[in-house]
Ligand binder design. Sequence first.
Ligand SMILES: Cc1cc2nc3c(=O)[nH]c(=O)nc-3n(C[C@H](O)[C@H](O)[C@H](O)COP(=O)(O)O)c2cc1C
Length: 354
Amino acid sequence: MSTLFTPLSLREITLRNRLWVSPMCQYSAVDGVPQEWHHTHLAQFASGGAGLVVAEATAVSPEGRISPEDTGLWNDGQRDAWKPIVAAMRARGAVAAVQLAHAGRKASTWSPFSGRRGTVAETEGGWQTVAPSAVAFDGFADPVALDAAGIDRVVADFAAAAQRAVEAGFEVLEIHAAHGYLLHQFLSPLSNLRDDEYGGSLENRARLLLRVIDAVTDASPAVPLMVRLSATDWADGGWDADQTATVARWAAERGADFFDISSGGLVAHQRITTGPGYQVHLAAHVRRAAGVPVSAVGMIDDAAHAERILSSGEADAVMAGREWLRDPHFALRAAAELGADIDYWPKQYLRARR
Ligand SMILES: Cc1cc2nc3c(=O)[nH]c(=O)nc-3n(C[C@H](O)[C@H](O)[C@H](O)COP(=O)(O)O)c2cc1C
């Protein structure tokens, strides 16, 4: 009996298995509008047996984009362009989710394959970035510290984007509070130097994330809500696993259903040692300390490894990124390797089934 291929429920939504597609920016949108590439890219994972497909970090406002080529949900045209993409994922049996994001001080950067690095200047299509404090990420342009009205606007933008996501057909929402982007910048004492009610104590640093959770759950009360958190900054004096567990518990009390545990991204001087499953212990810590359901992610590239993580109680689901890019049918292969009897092998491909 495979735990990886046992369904999991989030509120009223049932996911056919626990092997999920982690959000992955494609840097291929035009004015925030997803393109044909996104359609094929995301639909193939659903054909490949994924239980949940989380569409890439999708900006809640133009200034929240990591790069000018990010997808968005700040207008209705973007919402309408997502509709057939979401329908394609759902028609293939996956649950479709989207990661709602604001990049804060790490916005307005060149995409990885542009051949350039760092901040895109305003003269080249970039924009002024915002952050909790006017402290730059190493090598990037200086952000402007958000004032009270700016913070209220961020909260409202998350709520409006959540509403559009639901209208587009997404069945699960994920708030991006990891990888050194805006909400993580508020959480971490290394990037949040504020002395108002959004800085200082853990309660204050978590205030923006909790407001965003409240606003998103108000805008879409029935929709399961996931939160991606970096569980450590991998840097002295930074955000850590205990703070993550405390904030995850608070978030769960406010209505968040599931926690996607990643790490890092806040500062350039982070010291990470990567290897197979290098973030699993962080997910296990949050699961144990906060008593919330979690997914583990990070170099979990084979079925037996994923199965062990679940059967040992370290996580409730496994997310993978790059392995799905190598093999968009990762879940079909994993099911075969684990001897799991699944009924969603595409009928068009049955002749290839082992
Ligand atoms: C091409 C690419 C784009 C990514 N974009 C995002 C993103 O939009 N949001 C996010 O939270 N993580 C993003 N990530 C991180 C992945 O979701 C994942 O956490 C990471 O790659 C580790 O998992 P893996 O070893 O299975 O790839 C991206 C990773 C890759 C390779």
